[in-house]
Design a protein around this ligand. Structure first.
Ligand SMILES: [Ca+2]
Ligand SMILES: [Ca+2]
Ligand SMILES: [Ca+2]
Ligand SMILES: [Ca+2]
Length: 428
């Protein structure tokens, strides 16, 4: 009997063991199944609400498994951080963070995101007509366009936490603050193959630690030239003095090199320049520069207004007028014999703003303003003279630095006489 009982018990044990084995293998296969092969088990997909039959629930090009296990992005949103860039594009193409919204800071992440191929494309059509013959032409055209089409948004400037705008958003809104201007300007430059461009983070003495100003620079003749919302394009030292002239002293400029490679942007911080280094870079105007300005002005006049010819008979009265301006005296100037009618126009460029690399653009800019304020068609002759006017009254500011540094200012004065000859003399 004992033997039979034992046999019975053994059979029961076997059956129980078999049932347990079957049950456990069923449980195991249910938990370990990854139907769509995206790296996430079905039960887990049910738990987080992704589609266990679709490896890429949000259709952004990254599998649910990659999003959850590798990048920490949201498998149910194709733009996890809502910054306008698709998750896959961020991690695979431009190497940015798919869970960090670039619009919240003006930093490397913002430059890499806000200037990537996807952000440049919508403003490409605006860039094309701005292409000039040289880099300085193109930079000038771009700044002119930005100056004419975008307004500074004073309201946004007062809000402490603002979001950066993409270049096309700034164009569509028609306004922005300095960082928005900087991204738009940089995008137009990069679209016209001015690559790299430089993003500048400018600290003024009056700024708090978190504050600052943003602008863009291009490299011309191995030096930085700044594009900051309004014409003219200025050499970095001219820019420093221009700020000083407006009673704002720059403490430091941090310069980031932004290089576009395909769709992707590489950013590296190149250098920080302090006030004394910027002052040291100032161009010193020489006699040759004055001659150069006379020649450039004359050439531009001839090119732009073929009805006008340079006439040396106007040299004397032009020089007289120039001397009166340089000595700040009132003079009455008479036209020489042979001319029935005439007009004298002058303009001046602060000496700190002169730089040989960009002076042709600056002269052209002034001439455009002169020609739009008078009727040149009534004249047929002109003559140009330039000179330096020294020791202007120093502009005073509240800041001690300002007052000291703006002193002893000088400017380049350019005088042009326009006249109508009564005879048909061939001029010179
Ligand atoms: Ca799965
Ligand atoms: Ca996905
Ligand atoms: Ca994104
Ligand atoms: Ca992002």
């Amino acid at each position: 009997m004992r033997g039979e009982k034992m046999k019975h018990a053994f059979v029961v044990v076997l059956i129980v063991a078999f049932l347990l084995t079957v049950a456990s293998s069923t449980i195991a296969s249910a938990t370990n199944r990854d139907t769509d092969g995206d790296g996430l088990y079905d039960f887990y997909e049910d738990l987080i609400g992704t589609d266990k039959f679709n490896a890429d629930t949000d259709g952004d090009g990254l599998s649910d498994g990659e999003e959850v296990l590798k990048y920490g992005s949201n498998p149910k949103s194709s733009d996890s951080d809502s910054d306008g860039l698709n998750d896959r594009y961020e991690v695979r193409v431009i190497n940015t963070n798919p869970v960090m919204n670039w619009r919240e800071g003006f930093d490397t992440e913002a430059f890499k995101s806000g200037l990537c191929g996807a952000m440049l494309a919508p403003v490409k059509h605006l860039s094309r007509p701005l292409k000039g013959n040289t880099t300085s032409d193109t930079a000038w055209n771009i700044l002119k366009w930005v100056d004419e089409h975008i307004e500074y948004n004073d309201t946004k400037a007062l809000i402490s936490e603002t979001e950066l705008q993409s270049p096309v958003e700034t164009v569509n809104k028609g306004d922005g603050i300095c960082s928005d201007y900087a991204l738009l300007t940089a995008s137009l430059l990069l679209n016209l193959d001015i690559n790299p461009v430089y993003i500048l983070n400018i600290k003024l003495y009056k700024d708090s630690e978190s504050g600052g100003h943003a602008a863009v620079a291009v490299e011309l003749n191995g030096d930085y030239f700044i594009l900051d919302q309004h014409l003219p394009v200025m050499h970095i030292a001219s820019y420093y003095y221009n700020n000083l002239y407006n009673c704002e002293e720059i403490q430091r400029i941090d310069i980031y090199e932004v290089t576009l490679s395909g769709e992707k942007v590489n950013v590296s911080k190149t250098e920080s320049l302090y006030g004394y280094q910027l002052r040291d870079r100032l161009y010193q105007v020489t006699k040759r520069d004055i001659e150069r300005i006379e020649n450039i002005t004359t050439e531009i006049m001839k090119q732009k207004y073929p009805i006008l010819r340079e006439d040396a008979r106007l040299r004397g009265c032009t020089e007289e007028e120039l001397n009166c301006i340089l000595e700040s005296t009132e003079c009455v100037i008479y036209l020489p014999a042979g001319f029935s009618d005439g007009e004298v126009r002058s303009f001046s460029i602060p000496a700190y703003r002169y730089n040989a690399t960009i002076c042709d653009k600056e002269v052209e800019w002034y001439l455009n303003r002169i020609s739009s304020s008078m009727d040149l068609s009534s004249y047929d002759s002109f003559f140009v003279k330039a000179g330096m006017r020294y020791n202007l009254t120093a502009k005073t500011c509240d800041g001690l630095y300002c007052r000291k540094l703006v002193a002893n200012e000088s400017e380049i004065v350019i005088v042009t006489t326009f006249a109508k000859a009564d005879n048909k003399s061939p001029g010179i």
